[in-house]
Write a protein that binds this ligand. Structure first.
Ligand SMILES: CC(C)(COP(=O)(O)OP(=O)(O)OC[C@H]1O[C@@H](n2cnc3c(N)ncnc32)[C@H](O)[C@@H]1OP(=O)(O)O)[C@@H](O)C(=O)NCCC(=O)NCCS
Length: 154
């Protein structure tokens, strides 16, 4: 069965970001990763010229349901992180957001790293056309784990 694509508004966050949006992204990180971004990391991502932070909402001005941060460097887009609220996973939100980010990036190639054990993310990335091209031993900490490097070519 294929997950239906939800109707989502995908928006690029730019400074100044509201306290609600900033807190929502930090909460999403904390609920999704063992080494979550701090508020300072989030601010740095927003301020970095090659960096873009995208969020998904059901409608303008409503709460953030998912977010994705990436760098766009010449022809490449590097997905740094993507997270969907726990209660909304497996409903097509992550796929819709990532497709929107990749389509809007105007980059030819896309890359990312993912924990070897992250079955959900790996399945999603493969569905979007990413392939594993390398393994970085002990790339992650807390817990230590290999990182898989994936690329998506045009
Ligand atoms: C990875 C993540 C972003 C996926 O978002 P999502 O909204 O649940 O994904 P989607 O519903 O769009 O799933 C699309 C496809 O991905 C695959 N997939 C997603 N979750 C899966 C799971 N738990 N198990 C197996 N396949 C899965 C499936 O192929 C799915 O299609 P299908 O439902 O038609 O079978 C989400 O699980 C998440 O936020 N995880 C925590 C943060 C994280 O690990 N981020 C990635 C590392 S940077």
């Amino acid at each position: 069965m294929t997950t239906p694509t939800p109707s989502l508004l995908i928006e690029r966050l730019r400074q100044p970001v509201s306290v609600e949006d900033r807190d929502a992204v930090i909460d999403l990180e904390a609920g999704s990763f063992t080494n979550p971004w701090t508020a300072e990391t989030f601010d740095l991502m927003l301020a970095t010229p090659v960096s873009r932070v995208y969020v998904a909402r059901a409608a303008p001005g409503t709460e953030i349901l998912a977010f994705c941060a990436c760098w766009v460097i010449e022809d490449d887009v590097h997905i740094n992180t993507v997270a969907v609220r726990g209660t909304l996973r497996r409903q097509g939100v992550g796929g819709t957001l990532l497709r929107g980010v990749l389509d809007g990036a105007t980059a030819r190639r896309a890359t990312l790293e993912v924990r070897r054990s992250n079955v959900a993310a790996l399945a999603l990335y493969r569905k979007l056309g990413f392939e594993v091209t390398a393994v970085r031993q002990n790339y992650y900490a807390n817990p230590a784990e290999d990182g898989l490097v994936l690329w998506r070519n045009p």
